[in-house]
Design a protein. Structure first.
Length: 405
């Protein structure tokens, strides 16, 4: 495969203009203050397909011949490349077929169908098996294959993000990029290093699928024969692009890994503090910062929020799991009486706490007459300290209670 250059990326920028939006690079005060740096989020989750993948997909399709367009296109994807291909093809009047792993989140499947793509499921949860099937169908049905990352036009399309970052803020000196197949980091690195060689790039992977990390570090590959689900399904790739990995090994400073718990914390952080909805792969760059895997002190940092396609159940579970892990959510039983309930309500405001049982339920306000007895509630607070103070208040008020683990 030919080497991708800055010239290719600038051509791609012209190809995709008018359909792909130039996403915002927004300064985040809370994260910046926390880590004594200037943190900027590149909001690729605000593309029409809620992911950066439309950039590479559209650039590749725009470069097809008339004959190739007539035959239709096919792609393998866990969801975001699927939507990029489907939407781009539909906009250009081209048929698209998408092969998806059978573990693909429902939200991504529905979105792909809504953008005009025909969906076929692969035989396993692995992207690589879906990719193999897409290649077989391309030969059998004469479709034109649009690879998700290992293609120069795709890498060049993703590289337009790098151009935008330095156009929007030339002072950026560190860019944090997620790695799955490597097309995103390969394109961004090519653009940024050509324009600002002093700017550093650090890649992030989920520890369940660390092949790019292991290749970069010269370690033995771990993910060949296993599947461990995680929130970062968009970057579950066993075989990253050889072309992209050449770029990574040459120009990327480091590649780090994070856990599923780290990703859950980042999803909650983005939603609660920054009002940004990100999928697991989209939040993984911030996850590395929150987990102290990357030193950002004193730096001007661009973090790629690569996508926002996440099922609502996964989003809620990630938020609740993180809140509970930080001891901001606790379940408990208490001995209910009208007096004990009134006492609890009286000290909630000072602790910034809320009580929930299948949503907020107030037996006094609802006029219910309840007998004395054990009742179960969840308490939500803004910090571990407030949670501890809540239970201290129960003890001080002589309200009998039992924490539920």
């Amino acid at each position: 495969m030919k080497t991708v250059t800055l010239k290719d990326i600038k051509i791609a920028q012209k190809n995709i203009s008018g359909i792909v939006r130039k996403t915002d690079l927004v300064y985040d005060y809370v994260t910046s203050h926390k880590f004594h740096s200037n943190i900027f989020f590149k909001l690729e989750n605000t593309q029409i397909v809620k992911s950066f993948k439309i950039r590479g997909a559209l650039n590749a399709i725009k470069n097809l011949t008339a004959k190739q367009r007539k035959c239709g296109v096919i792609a393998a994807s866990a969801g975001n490349h699927a939507q990029g291909v489907a939407y781009s093809a539909t906009q250009l009047g081209i048929k698209s077929v998408i092969v998806m792993p059978n573990s693909t989140p429902v939200a991504k499947v529905k979105a792909t169908l809504n953008f005009g793509g025909e969906v076929i499921f692969g035989p396993t949860p692995f992207f690589d098996d879906a990719n193999k099937l897409s290649q077989e169908l391309a030969k059998k049905q004469k479709y034109t294959l649009i690879p998700p990352y290992d293609h120069p036009d795709v890498i060049a399309g993703q590289g337009t993000i790098g151009l935008e970052i330095l156009e929007q803020n030339p002072n950026i000196d560190l860019v944090i990029v997620q790695i799955g197949g490597g097309g995103l980091i390969g394109g961004i690195t090519t653009a940024i290093k050509a324009i600002k060689p002093t700017c550093e790039i650090i890649g992030v992977q989920i520890e369940n699928f660390p092949d790019a990390h292991d290749i970069f570090k010269g370690c033995k590959l771990k993910t060949k024969n296993r599947y461990i689900p995680s929130l970062a399904d968009g970057i579950h790739v066993k075989c990253p692009s050889p072309t992209a990995m050449q770029i990574v090994k040459k120009n990327v400073k480091d590649v780090v890994t994070v856990t599923n718990c780290d990703v859950e914390k980042a999803i909650l952080w983005l939603a609660e503090k920054s009002k940004i909805v990100a999928e697991g792969a989209g939040a993984i760059g911030l996850a590395a910062i929150l987990a102290n895997k990357i030193d950002v002190v004193g730096r001007n940092v661009a973090v790629i929020v690569s996508g926002g396609n996440i099922d609502i159940d996964k989003f809620l579970n990630a938020c609740f799991n993180s809140v509970k892990r930080d001891h901001r959510r606790a379940s408990f039983k208490y001995w209910y009486t009208p007096l004990s309930y009134k006492q609890m309500l009286s000290f909630l405001p000072s602790l910034n706490a809320r009580l929930y049982t299948d949503g907020f339920y107030n037996p006094l306000k609802n006029g219910d007459v309840l007998s004395k007895g054990w009742s179960t509630l969840d308490v939500f607070t803004s910090s571990t300290k407030n949670t501890n103070e809540f239970f201290n208040k129960l003890s001080e008020s002589k309200i009998k209670y039992l924490p539920i683990k």
